[in-house]
Design a protein around this ligand. Structure first.
Ligand code: ADE
Length: 241
């Protein structure tokens, strides 16, 4: 049997993907590379949902598998993030316009945040898809979920940001950062390299401050999965990604 999907939805943690998996008409599943790929119909679209695990290596590996092995044309990376931009509050949604690896620093050989030999460090998203995600997020907020929708820079790194000094360091290096997480820029880099459409949106689970760990855990259990589900239903359910 050939496993394939048109769209890949990549989350890091099981809690971030559970509601999607429950909503899916499951057709195939594959345990591969110590992660599980679930294939099925999500609002009329053949989709692969995968729990990648946390961090850039896991995210990049999983994105590559989705593209090379399962032939996806689009990857949507979602889940939660820490809000570091002014006015980015718990329960808000951030839709990425670009993504940077905040912990990538090849100086003095290359400038900070630049991926050596790729000559860029800012990875793009698919603008029309991101516009549709932002519209669906606004509709979801207006329909009762609450919160605001922001567009801009998401910074990714292999660190859980949990204090003012850590958050300040990221804001100083990348002043327009709205949110931090651990996977998005890796997915965006792989999509850029392979020429695959990419979008990243995140529900804010914490403020990357001293309460971040407790807020993260609380938000994951409370609303993160339902936000993802509500928003994606307005994207995949209205003509596909
Ligand atoms: N994902 C959710 N909150 C985060 C934080 N504070 N740092 C990194 N990744 C996160």
């Amino acid at each position: 049997m050939t496993l394939a999907a048109r769209t890949g939805v990549l989350v890091a943690m099981p809690e971030e993907g559970r509601a999607l998996v429950d909503a899916m008409r499951l057709e195939d599943r594959l345990e591969h590379g110590r992660r599980e790929f679930l294939f099925g119909d999500l609002w009329g679209e053949r989709t692969a949902v995968v729990i990648a695990r946390c961090g850039k290596v896991a995210a990049a590996t999983t994105a590559t598998e989705l593209i090379v092995r399962f032939g996806v044309e689009t990857i949507i990376c979602t889940g939660v993030a820490g809000g570091v931009g002014e006015g980015v509050a718990i329960g808000d949604v951030v839709v990425a316009d670009e993504l940077v690896q905040h912990d990538l620093d090849p100086r003095p050989l290359w400038p900070r945040h630049i991926v050596p030999l790729l000559e860029t460090g800012s990875f793009p998203v698919d603008a029309p898809l991101s516009d549709r995600i932002a519209a669906a997020a606004s509709d979801h907020a207006d329909a009762g979920a609450g919160g605001r929708v922001h567009r801009g820079l998401i910074a990714s790194g292999d660190q859980f940001i949990h204090g003012p000094a850590m958050a300040r360091a990221i804001r100083e290096a990348l002043p327009t950062t709205l949110a931090v997480e651990m996977e998005g820029a890796a997915v965006a880099q792989v999509c850029y390299e392979y020429g695959v459409r990419c979008a990243v949106f995140r529900t804010i689970s914490d403020r990357a401050d001293e309460d971040a760990a407790a807020d993260f855990t609380g938000s994951l259990g409370a609303f993160a999965a339902s936000h993802t589900l509500g928003i994606l239903s307005g994207v995949l359910g209205s003509g596909g990604a």
